[in-house]
Write a new protein. Structure first.
Length: 358
């Protein structure tokens, strides 16, 4: 997906600092069992900085493992892209381009993402809606203009938002699994999988990496971090959750330990935003109001599925704290932390005891 002017905003919003490295660079620190620690960094997938931390016998072995992960991320990035075409690839953009025209034959990984996203829509009572593309595109256009030229920053026209919202019915996504096609019945509808695509892709990539025998891997894509296995000494990976207050001297608001298969995903107003008349407007749009949510500085979710963590963090960011706490409490193996605008922290019941080691 395109990076353009988004990069200066995205980089400060990276959730976890693992190890500083170049594009692509590798460095090693001797650990144990004759394995070394290496890091790979690249910037060309999912509009964000990607870091892979792993342990291997030598640089070549790690480079092979990192390339396997990167190749899969690139494949998913192309499939889930809403802005760009790729030779020989029918992706989300292809589906949007054919809205109301014809079904599009797609890779099964697109169908599985859309089925997951539709399930998530109903689970979150519409807080996560991949059919909201017509609304999100209006915000995206104004955000890009405002980032390029702050003097021209403006909000989308209110009537245009209302009109666009008439074309967000998720039941207009018609999936034919037998023929592997997707059709948008509303010609003015468009898909935007930003709330589910990256997390879902990370989950699938790590499952594939595990099947290929990879272990002791930490994968970070911006505000999404997941792991396979543990550190080579058997201890959990320790991560710092980014302070959403970018002016603070404290880089992290909390340190958490996550185990094999667990992930942490955060959503917040510090990741992608622009200003209009001195007011910050973030990229997370509440489908109920059609305007950016803003009740919290950030929300972080820890669970054992990156796709769920991605969608849940977005959903919780649009809910009240009380509704979000109830939502988390009804689900197994899900914990969350809310950072309020005054810097105070609130937690779900099991967050501290399970993930924070004092």
């Amino acid at each position: 997906m395109k990076m353009k002017k988004l990069l200066p905003v995205l980089l400060p919003g990276i959730l976890f600092l693992i190890l500083i490295a170049g594009i692509i660079t590798y460095r090693s620190v001797s650990e144990a069992a004759q394995l070394n620690r290496y890091t790979a960094t690249f910037l060309d997938v999912f509009d964000t900085r990607t870091e892979i931390v792993g342990f291997a016998k030598d640089k070549d072995e790690f480079a092979k493992n990192a390339q396997l992960i990167k190749d899969e991320l690139i494949r998913y990035n192309q499939l889930y892209d809403i802005y760009n075409d790729y030779p020989g690839v029918n992706n989300i953009k292809t589906i949007n381009d054919n809205a109301g025209v014809a079904p599009v034959k797609v890779d099964p990984d697109i169908i599985s993402l859309l089925e997951f996203s539709i399930d998530t829509y109903y689970e979150t009572d519409g807080a996560v809606n991949v059919a909201l593309g017509s609304v999100l595109s209006l915000w995206h256009k104004e955000r890009m203009i405002g980032m390029d030229d702050p003097d021209r920053a403006a909000l989308p026209d209110a009537e245009a938002l209302k009109e666009a919202s008439l074309h967000t019915d998720i039941t207009d996504i018609v999936i034919d699994k037998e023929n592997s096609t997707v059709y948008l019945a509303d010609p003015d509808m468009s898909l935007d999988v930003g709330s589910t695509g990256k997390g879902y892709a990370v989950q699938r990539v790590l499952e594939y990496a595990r099947e290929e025998g990879l272990d002791n891997i930490l994968l970070s894509l911006g505000g999404n971090i997941s792991c396979i296995g543990t550190r080579i000494d058997g201890t959990s990976f320790r991560l710092g959750i980014q302070n959403p207050d970018m002016d603070s001297d404290e880089q992290y608001v909390e340190m958490v330990d996550i185990g094999d298969g667990e992930c942490v995903v955060s959503s917040g107003d510090y990741q992608r935003y622009y200003y209009v008349d001195g007011v910050r407007y973030c990229h997370i749009i509440d489908p109920k109001t059609l305007y950016p949510a803003g009740g919290f500085a950030s929300v972080s979710v820890i669970t054992d599925d990156s796709g769920l963590a991605d969608s849940y963090s977005t959903a919780l960011y649009t809910m009240s704290y009380e509704d979000g706490l109830s939502f988390v409490g009804k689900r197994d193996n899900v914990e969350a932390m809310w950072i309020m605008h005054d810097g105070t922290k609130r937690y779900s019941e099991g967050f501290i005891g399970k993930y924070v080691k004092k």
